[in-house]
Structure formats: C-alpha cells, structure tokens
Design a protein. Structure first.
Length: 588
C-alpha cells in the first residue's frame, strides 16, 4: 500500500468540508478538547485572521475575550473603552449552540468596559461590537455579521451592551443574551443598533435582525446621529435603518427611535415597545409596505407611539397591556401564541469521511504493513477517528492526518478483513466508513527457464540480374529493369545498400572504352515500402531499404532506371556495370 501524504489528506478534507468557492473556515476551541484540530483558542484571534466573508466556527467552551475597538473620525470609540470581541469585517460566526458556547469579556478588562465614560454611539464598551472600520464599508451588503449559536453575557464587568451594531448590519440567531452587569453606568442593553453617520434615502441601508433568540435585557434600534448628550442625539441621520425581531423572546423593552424602521413578528416582548419618532408610515424606500409593523406576537408590555403617524400593529396578543399614541390595532389575538422555544437549537450535521488508502476491496499479504488513511470533516469539528479491523481496535487519533499502521495477522490468511473507521464530531455524533481487504492464501512457487538460441544472421539473396534490353539511338527514353532480392535479418536493425565499386565512371554503364553519359539510378520496394524515389548509383553507397526490426525472407524488388537522350552517342555492343549489394547492421 502507498502512504498518502498529509497534503493529499488535507486536500480531500477540504473537498468534504462545506465551504464556498472563495471563503475559508476557521475553527476555534478554547481547550481543543472538542475540536483538537482547531487553529485558534481565541475567537478574536480567528476574527483577526479571517478575511471578509470567511466563516469562524466556535466549538463548545467558555471564551473570555478582549480587544481594542476600531476608532476613527467616521467610527469613533470612547477613550479607554474596550470590547470583548471587536468585529470590523463581514463574517459568519457559527457557535456550536447557545447551551455550549459562552462569550464573556476577559477579567483583564476590569470592572467596566466603558472607558472614561459610557458612550452609546461608539464602537467600544460592549461584550461584542460589530462596527465599520474608519473609512470602511457600511452598507448591509458590504459589512454584515451573521452570528449564531452562542450565549453572550457579562455578569462581572459593566458593559453598555451585550451586542452592539455600530454603523453596520447583521443578524443574531439561535442565541442567548444573558446577564449584563448594569451598575457601572447609564446604559445596559441586551442589543443595540446605533449610528454616528448621516445619509439619504437613496444612500446607505442597514439592517439588524434578532432571530429565534432569547434576549434578557433592553433592545434599542436607534437611527439618530450625534454624540451622546448633543442636540443631534435626537436628530434623524437619514440612513435607512431596519431593526427586526423574528421568532424571538425579548425579556425587556424594545425601542425604535428617530427614523428607525423594522418589524416584530412571531415574537414575545415582555417589556414595552416604544416608538420614539420612528418611521411608522409607508416606507419611503418602498411605499407599498409600512416602515414599521408588528404582527403575530405577544406584546405583553404594551406599545407607545410618540409620533403622529399610526403604527401598524394588527394581529397581536396584548393580554392586559394597552397602547398609547396613534395605532392601527386591527384584529387582536384572543389567546397568546404558543410559547417560543428559544434560543432555537443549532443544527449540527453528522461528520463525513472516507478511508482513502487502501481503497478496497484490495489484496494485502498477511506479513505486509499498510498505512490506512482516513479523511474526515464536520461542520464544527472532528473530535476523533478510531480504526478497527473486523471489530478489533487498531488505534484512535484526534488530530490530522488520520493515518494508522496495520498488518494482517497470520490468522487472517484466506479471509476478508473489514477496516472500519468511526468518526466522532465535537458534539459526539458518529459516522462509520469502511473498506475491505482480502488476505490471500500463501503459496510457494519456483521458476525454470525454457530457452532457444537464434544465431546472428544477415542473409541477402539476389535473383536474375537486371537487363534493360536494346537502347535505341536518337530517342529520349527512360529504360527500366528489375531484379529480386530476398532479405533475412535477425538484427535489431538493418540497411540494404547498392554501390558501384568500379574506379572507371562510377555510376555509369560502360561498353569497353565508351560510357553512357546519363547516370544509372535505382530504388527498392517491398510490402512495407512501395513508393521510394530513385536515387543515383555512384561510388558512394545508395540506401535502398532500412529495417527497424528482424525480418525473414522479405521479398524486395530492386528497380533500375537508365535515361537515354536523343543526342547521346551509343556504341555498338553491351553496356554493363557490376554493382555491389550490401545488407548491414549496427545492432546485431
């Protein structure tokens, strides 16, 4: 069996892994116990390494993170503020599940993340901040974070928000926002979407969605601009900003302020929904729909609308709560929708893999050592690969390459051995792949030669000498004559040549003291060569035929041509010349 290199195995793993044509996937495991092949133990390190639109997979564990916020004129951060995680590029961050992955600020950040003073419209002071880089992209199709399957909390350090989307967009799904220490300043949000820039209806669009998640705390979707406390804090920015709550439970209030748009659907809101100068009429970007709506939800804390345009809030369950301000209440639900099961379960597919060497069924001798190689992949991480032979354990490995050593036993002779690889992923799910080996019966054999000898042979036999017949003076004519030769050669190659060895007029027929003025020419043909051109016979050897292999009794026709012109003087008698034919070889 050939040993498959780690490079080849890695290439096959990449083929099995569910990745796009361009993006990479980076795996994080705090202790590398669940995902031993993880490249990082810190989420922030993986985020820093990742390119835009890459995926970061987080295996089970508790992650204590710390980072310095991005800061600049177009994306400010309060002096001294810190984050647990700072994300400034479009990414997919996929945790193994809200009950498996917890993100907290590192203890080294101290009792407060807020810096010199709490500051809401900036990129610092939060457990997780998603912000644009200074001068970077801001549209929802340019800088979008898709975060799922995590719990985010800060029970020991004051944070302005568990998750803050600042000048950017994203989605948090199948996740839990837990306890946030609130005794260090005026803000303590579960999730906040804020802005520091200005825009226009035809310009930047942003959208933040909470989906199938549980938020313990207040949610604020704010589309004002200006520093905290400034007059412009309540001034619409002009940027199209949408905040959506879908299939989620918010254990607190939800606010839409200063031009913010969005939807609440299929959700449970225990606190009040507050619309403060929110965009509640027809959506300026799409007037056929309303800029804000709430439907199919339990709005147990009621709703307040401070604007002059009615909010569309039909089809909800209100319990004993009430509404304040203009609303289009429509039909209400008499009973609360079924309680939500949030955060939703994170889908974790079983691992995949294959035994790539040996690829059976194949034969392996009982005393031969082979090196089986397994490739394995998983959407979160492979924890281990165990190999067995006919149910007997061979070995188990936790890191790539999954290469094993195996040698069939004497008792396997004449049997079929099934090699089975059990692939276990980070959540304990298993997949089994196998290949088969046949261990052949041991046989003994010997050899004895049978020989025969061929002597070196070069044989050339000529037939009747060629004759042109009578030459007629005063007429232009080419006279031809032929003879036959038989060639036999045991050599690797052979050459048949003709030469005029006479010192007198080589290549010309002579009659006593008289010589024909035109030279003699010749060619040869056989079954394999039927179109050779004539060549002039002279004192140098003329090649008639070549052989590239042994030949036996090859029939060769040698054809001669003698041209006579009408001015050639012809002497009575016979013109003749004795030629030498040679069969030779350089590879006897």
């Amino acid at each position: 069996m050939n040993r498959v290199s780690a490079v080849v195995a890695a290439a096959i793993i990449a083929a099995l892994a569910p990745t796009s044509a361009y993006a990479s996937t980076w795996t994080v495991d705090d202790d590398k116990a669940d995902c031993p092949n993880a490249a990082f133990t810190s989420i922030q390190s993986a985020v820093n390494q990742a390119a835009p639109w890459d995926t970061v997979v987080i295996c089970a564990g508790t992650y204590y993170e710390q980072s310095v916020p991005a800061s600049g004129n177009n994306s400010p951060s309060q002096t001294g503020s810190r984050n647990g995680l700072t994300i400034t590029k479009p990414l997919t961050i996929k945790g193994a599940g809200a009950n498996k992955v917890t993100i907290r600020p590192a203890a080294a950040l101290g009792a407060s993340l807020a810096g010199t003073a709490p500051y809401l419209r900036d990129g610092g002071g939060n457990v997780v901040t998603i912000s644009r880089q200074s001068g970077g992209s801001s549209d929802d199709n340019e800088n979008f974070l898709d975060l799922s399957g995590v719990t985010i909390e800060s029970p020991d350090a004051y944070a302005e928000a568990a998750v803050a989307f600042f000048n950017t967009s994203g989605r948090i799904a199948n996740s839990r926002i837990g306890t946030i220490k609130s005794d260090g300043g005026p803000y303590s949000y579960g999730l906040v979407m804020t802005n520091s820039l200005q825009g226009a209806e035809a310009g930047i669009r942003r959208e933040v969605t909470i989906e199938k998640s549980l938020v313990n705390g207040t949610v604020l979707f704010d589309d004002a601009r200006g520093a905290d406390g400034a007059a412009t804090t309540t001034t619409r920015s002009g940027i199209k900003a949408y905040g959506n709550v879908v299939g989620s439970r918010i254990a607190g209030s939800v606010g839409y302020t200063y031009g913010q748009r969005g939807t609440i659907s299929g959700s449970e809101i225990t606190g009040q929904v507050v619309l403060t100068d929110a965009e509640t009429g027809p959506d300026p970007s799409n007037p056929v729909v309303r800029a804000f709506s709430a439907t199919g939800s339990s709005l147990l804390g009621g709703l307040t609308n401070t604007g002059s345009t009615a909010a569309l809030v039909g089809g909800n369950f209100w319990g004993t709560s009430t509404t304040t301000g203009p609303v289009e209440l429509g039909t209400t639900l008499s009973e609360a929708p079924a309680p939500l099961s949030v955060p939703a379960v994170t889908v974790d597919a079983p691992p995949t893999g294959a035994i790539v060497d040996p690829y059976g069924p194949t034969k392996v001798a009982w005393d031969e050592t082979i090196y089986p190689v397994v490739v394995a992949a998983d959407d979160f991480g492979v924890k281990s690969v165990a190999l067995s032979a006919n149910g007997v354990p061979v070995a188990s490995k936790s890191t790539v390459p999954y290469e094993f050593e195996y040698r069939p036993a004497y008792g396997d002779i004449g049997k079929r051995v099934v090699l089975t690889a059990t692939i276990t992923d980070s959540s304990g799910q298993t997949s089994i792949v196998s290949t088969e080996l046949d261990v052949p019966v041991v046989t003994t054999s010997t050899t004895a030669p049978v020989t025969g000898t061929v002597p070196a042979t070069l044989a050339l036999t000529l037939g009747t000498p060629p004759t042109f017949g009578a030459f007629t003076p005063g007429i232009d004519k080419d006279y031809t004559a032929t003879t036959e030769a038989t060639v036999t050669s045991t050599a690797g190659d052979a050459t048949l040549t003709v030469v005029d060895p006479s010192p007198t007029a080589p290549g010309h027929l002579v009659n006593g003291a008289f010589t024909l003025p035109q030279p003699l020419s010749a060619r040869a043909t056989n079954a394999a060569n039927t179109g050779s051109p004539f060549g002039t016979v002279s004192g140098a050897a003329l090649t008639l035929l070549t052989y590239g292999a042994p030949v036996t009794s090859d029939k060769v026709t040698v054809e001669f041509k003698q041209p006579i012109t009408k001015t050639d003087a012809l002497r009575t008698g016979t013109y003749t010349k004795t030629l030498t034919y040679t069969l030779s070889t350089l590879n006897p």
